[in-house]
Design a protein around this ligand. Structure first.
Ligand SMILES: [Mg+2]
Length: 295
């Protein structure tokens, strides 16, 4: 059965570490709580993964399990969420979401919706406690199985890394955001709730390349943000290699370069949605008695 045109939602999908917040989330939360020096911890993870020829993400998650066990059950799943209250954000992040939501509403006369998502290789248990949580339709991250008896993490239940991140773009695209739902079943493009052409991925560097590529190759957009000379150079390289549409300083305040460039993309997506909607109406006139002209 034919349905009215429904692909009127824009998704802004963010990496977290280095994109919304300056450092890795563990450096503001679990590592200080454990008394671990971040530089020493990440070095230990790298050395251990190298020594064992192991997956870096699984290695870091195992080392955290061991260190949390040594802390004697002091750091529970609930405590991880509480620690997230101390995470700082880049300038403007606290007002960014309402600012962009208002912009989309105004530019589209209320005919286009926007949703924000986080896909992070960091810990979902930390993300659940972030102060900006209420702005997101959903968040995806690595997760532990916590033992009900001693409250300690025993094993990962979900591991998100650079490449598995892309799975969640397809989950957003197909509307199958629950990981229990199959993701590989065929779904015609016209039935997907948020087509890739309505998706903007915002990240900060090489770990975001798989998501940036998946977004752009499927008709979506990618933006890279930077915080210093080194990350600026990394973003310039992504631009030179045609892996992003725009780069900008990680300042989410109204009127910044980032604000301007994201709004340019949003303008284009809104125009694209109206264009496709008009085409749909022409093909299915019985579905629409009358619509207001596109602006
Ligand atoms: Mg990052």
């Amino acid at each position: 059965m034919k349905t009215p045109f429904h692909q009127t939602t824009i998704a802004l999908v963010y990496d977290f570490d280095g994109t919304l917040s300056p450092k890795a989330m563990q450096e503001y939360t679990i590592l200080p709580e454990l008394g671990e020096d971040p530089v020493a911890f990440w070095h230990e993870c790298t050395e251990e993964a190298h020594r064992l020829k192991a997956d870096p993400m699984l290695t870091y998650m195992r080392l955290l399990i061991e260190k949390m066990a040594k802390a004697g059950g002091r750091i529970t799943q609930q405590r991880l969420g509480e620690l997230a209250a101390g995470i700082p954000y880049f300038p403007g992040v606290s007002i960014w979401f309402e600012h962009i939501n208002h912009y989309v509403h105004t530019q589209s006369n209320g005919r286009v919706q926007i949703k924000h998502y986080i896909i992070s290789a960091g810990l979902k248990d930390i993300l659940d406690g972030i102060t900006i949580r209420h702005h997101f339709a959903n968040m995806f991250g690595s997760e532990y199985y916590f033992c009900a008896t001693d409250g300690l993490p025993k094993f990962p239940t979900i591991v998100v890394n650079d490449t598995t991140k892309t799975q969640y773009l397809f989950r957003i695209n197909k509307g199958h955001e629950d990981v229990r739902e199959p993701i590989n079943d065929v779904m015609p493009y016209a039935e997907r709730p948020i087509p890739f052409s309505n998706i903007v991925y915002i990240g900060d560097g090489s770990t975001d390349v798989p998501c940036m590529s998946v977004a752009r190759r499927n008709g979506g957009y990618a933006v890279a943000v930077h915080k210093d000379t080194q990350t600026h150079a990394a973003c310039e390289a992504l631009l030179a290699d045609d892996r992003i549409d725009y780069l900008a300083k990680a300042d989410y305040s109204p009127g910044t370069e980032l604000d301007h460039r994201v709004r340019l993309i949003i303008d284009r997506i809104i125009a694209d949605i109206f264009f496709k909607e008009e085409h749909f109406i022409q093909k299915h006139p019985q579905q629409h008695s009358h619509t207001t002209p596109c602006q």
